[in-house]
Design a protein around this ligand. Structure first.
Ligand SMILES: [Mg+2]
Length: 227
């Protein structure tokens, strides 16, 4: 352990959807349900999704950040059918959503004197079944979800259980990079995202990540250089 106390190892944290995995809840569970529901109502899923999006933004603007990610509760509010619970019968379709190089990168980080966690705005019941199917609970020291912590990114309160933090890696400026900045850690942005949803009134006009990750092999080098 390089003479370090186990408890002092800093955290390297990741967003889940569109960072480590291509949104399994949306692709394998929620969108198929939305499509069936839309068909039942004689509409299309994109129109139906707009109602979810509107309600979610409304809750967000009222400061109900955690509730804004509670899709089954929003479905109930909209008078729709019940969204069923996630049940993953095979890891295969989940594994197909993991980008090349992600698992090798996580295993490389495991060799370093850091702890690894996912910090997602998706609820535990929507996210953990997919992580379990991938066997990732063995790779990760924690999975942080807003329903369990009572806060959502970019509120830095969600980062408290994973402090001290070295770096947070994610695909959204207004969630991931901002939460990293506010919780006193470095940030890395994955992919081409340049979105500013400005939904957080205190979002700075110019927010830049410390790194942009185009190749997962670079991240262990970046983390090693910070230790
Ligand atoms: Mg994401």
């Amino acid at each position: 352990m390089n003479g370090h106390d186990l408890g002092s190892r800093p955290w390297v944290t990741f967003d889940m959807d569109n960072t480590l995995i291509q949104s399994p809840y949306w692709r394998l569970h929620f969108r198929p349900w939305l499509e069936a529901e839309a068909q039942r109502l004689g509409t299309d899923y994109r129109s139906l999704w707009r109602h979810f999006h509107q309600r979610s933004e409304e809750l967000w603007r009222r400061g109900r950040w955690v509730d804004s990610f509670d899709w089954p509760a929003i479905a109930e509010h909209l008078g729709l059918s019940r969204v069923p619970e996630v049940r993953v019968s095979s890891p295969k379709p989940v594994r197909a959503l993991v980008p090349t190089g992600v698992e090798a990168m996580l295993w490389s980080l495991r060799q370093l004197n850091v702890r690894l966690a996912i910090v997602t705005n998706g609820f535990w019941a929507f996210q953990y079944p997919y992580l379990k199917a991938l066997g990732w609970p063995y790779l990760l020291d924690a999975v942080i979800t807003p329903d369990r912590i009572g806060a959502a990114k970019p509120n830095p309160a969600i980062m408290v259980p994973v402090s001290p933090g070295l770096i947070h890696v994610g695909d959204r400026l207004s969630h991931d990079v901002l939460a990293a900045r506010r919780s006193g850690r470095k940030s890395a942005l994955v992919g081409p995202s340049s979105e500013h949803d400005h939904i957080d009134p205190l979002m700075p006009a110019n927010l830049e990540p410390d790194w942009i990750i185009n190749d997962w092999r670079h991240l262990p080098q970046i983390v090693a250089s910070m230790l």
